[in-house]
Write a protein that binds this ligand. Structure first.
Ligand SMILES: *[C@@H]1O[C@H](CO)[C@@H](O)[C@H](O)[C@H]1NC(C)=O
Ligand SMILES: *[C@@H]1O[C@H](CO)[C@@H](O)[C@H](O)[C@H]1NC(C)=O
Ligand SMILES: *[C@@H]1O[C@H](CO)[C@@H](O)[C@H](O)[C@H]1NC(C)=O
Length: 463
């Protein structure tokens, strides 16, 4: 593990020194000549964590502890809950199939003889296979190993070997293999840091908390299985903005325009993002897009998340009520225990999905734009705050830090290791009571069972 960590650091160092923009490089020479695709900031939920925090490119273990000052004197961190997305993963079967179709089309029909396209045809291998289906990749394990070390550096008194040994660090994960593998990697990061070699810590699987979206019947009926719930996404796929991207891609490849569907455009965009996220490659596929194209495709992905996981439908947010209460129940418990001087759970690590983090952020009022994201207001939304590339890259994390201060308990929130103020509270780390007051309606309501009751009851049950 030590060598894996240092090797990785070295890799990133090498690659930041080689920042001279090379437009592509061949697969065989992968890491040496690689650089960052010009469109890397637009990959949405398929983006690399390092694009959100570029200082990590030089030193993947660096933390800026001065960010943590709760802005008050005499404060001691007494509890941390971190809700973390799994690390970098392979594409799912659906996207692997699209990539295969795109690759076949390029091999058979693309007439352009530019070097980058010849490289795709002669050197690039379609190495994605269907069995990879969404599994965590080695980079994804590193995402979590490194995040664990950084969080331990941020909170040395809480994320400590002693607390791990005395079971005061709790690990909870979604049942999906990529999440379980992520939490195991996170634990490896800690064990390696503390040179602990005995059998590692355990984890609990809890889909009610970490995959609440599957269990919320109203969400499944009204959004997941409702063809019109994502109408704005379908409209945007047929928009003038998207047509221009299709036309430019057809021209780049020199294939007839009508062969390039929005799905194939997206497959190419995904290929560029996966080659980069998984292998740190600026692949020749990235040549198909300029920054304007990438902004259109980013918007398409944000629209989907907005309508499926964000503010688009109220049930998206409400489906996270159980996770919200779980968080505040735990903070309340700590608030109670601290009066007796002993906190039983110092750290809680919860691993889930982008689909876990986004509804909770929306429930709590983060990244709410005044104007809803729709198919026809792309031009107005350049400055939107709902930007999944910034919010939920791989290994995205929501960290809640409870401090015991002379004037009472305070709560600080960090998104991806950057402090973020709670909506409508103008303080870096407000009193915990102020936060509770702000969310009082949710704290007294937001009942998962009730919110998730299907809108149309199943009449057969009444017979
Ligand atoms: C990197 O690229 C340069 C120039 O394109 C080439 O001369 C060199 O051999 C490449 N390095 C490796 C390790 O492939
Ligand atoms: C750390 O964060 C502080 C506060 O935002 C900032 O002023 C400082 O420049 C940062 N230091 C580094 C090394 O990034
Ligand atoms: C499906 O979504 C549309 C658009 O949001 C909504 O008007 C409709 O009520 C939904 N249908 C069901 C069955 O929930």
């Amino acid at each position: 593990m030590t060598s894996a960590l240092s090797k990785h650091t070295l890799l990133f160092t090498t690659f930041s020194l080689a920042l001279t923009r090379v437009s592509y490089c061949s697969v065989a020479n992968a890491n040496v000549n690689s650089s960052i695709p010009a469109i890397a900031n637009y990959f949405g939920t398929k983006g690399r964590y390092e694009e959100v925090n570029p200082y990590l490119i030089n030193d993947i273990l660096s933390v800026n502890k001065s960010l943590l000052k709760p802005g008050c004197t005499d404060c001691t961190a007494v509890h941390v809950t971190a809700i973390i997305r799994h690390g970098t993963r392979y594409p799912t079967i659906k996207n692997i199939k699209r990539m295969q179709r795109l690759h076949d089309l390029v091999l058979n029909d693309a007439m352009n003889t530019d070097k980058w396209l010849t490289d795709i045809k002669t050197k690039w291998e379609m190495w994605y296979t269907e069995d990879m289906d969404g599994k965590l990749v080695e980079k994804g394990r590193d995402d979590h190993r490194h995040l664990a070390v950084r969080l331990a550096t941020f909170f040395p008194s809480l994320m400590s070997e002693e607390n791990l040994r005395s079971h005061r660090i709790r690990f909870i994960t979604s049942s999906k293999h990529r999440c379980v593998d992520s939490i195991v990697a996170f634990q490896e990061g800690l064990l390696n840091l503390w040179k602990v070699t005995e059998v590692g810590p355990s984890h609990e699987i809890n889909d009610e908390l970490m995959r609440f979206f599957d269990q919320c019947k109203k969400f499944v009926d009204d959004v997941e299985n409702n063809k019109t719930a994502l109408e704005e996404v379908h409209l945007f796929k047929a928009s003038a903005e998207m047509k221009i991207v299709q036309m430019k891609m057809a021209a780049q490849l020199q294939v007839p325009y009508n062969h390039i569907t929005p799905d194939l455009v997206e497959a190419a965009f995904f290929l560029c993002s996966y080659e980069f996220a998984i292998k740190s490659l600026n692949s020749p596929w990235c040549n198909l897009f300029d920054e304007t194209d990438a902004q259109v495709l980013e918007y398409k992905n944000d629209l989907k998340q907005y309508w499926k996981r964000g503010y688009g439908h109220d049930i998206n947010r409400k489906s996270s009520c159980a996770l919200f209460h779980d968080l505040f129940n735990r903070l309340d418990k700590v608030a109670h225990e601290i009066r007796f001087g002993h906190v039983s759970e110092a750290v809680t690590i919860q691993v889930g999905h982008a689909e876990t983090l986004l509804p909770l952020l929306a429930l709590m009022g983060f990244f709410r734009d005044e104007t809803p994201l729709t198919a026809d207001n792309f031009d107005l939304q350049h400055g939107r705050t709902f930007r999944t590339s910034r919010i939920v890259p791989y290994a995205a994390n929501l960290v809640f830090v409870l401090y015991d201060c002379s004037e009472g308990l305070r709560l600080q929130f960090l998104l991806n290791e950057t402090p973020l103020k709670f909506p409508n509270i103008n303080h870096q780390a407000p009193l915990y009571n102020t936060v509770r007051e702000t969310y009082r309606e949710l704290l007294h309501g937001c009942n998962f069972e009730k919110e998730c009751e299907p809108s149309r009851p199943n009449r057969n049950c009444e017979l």
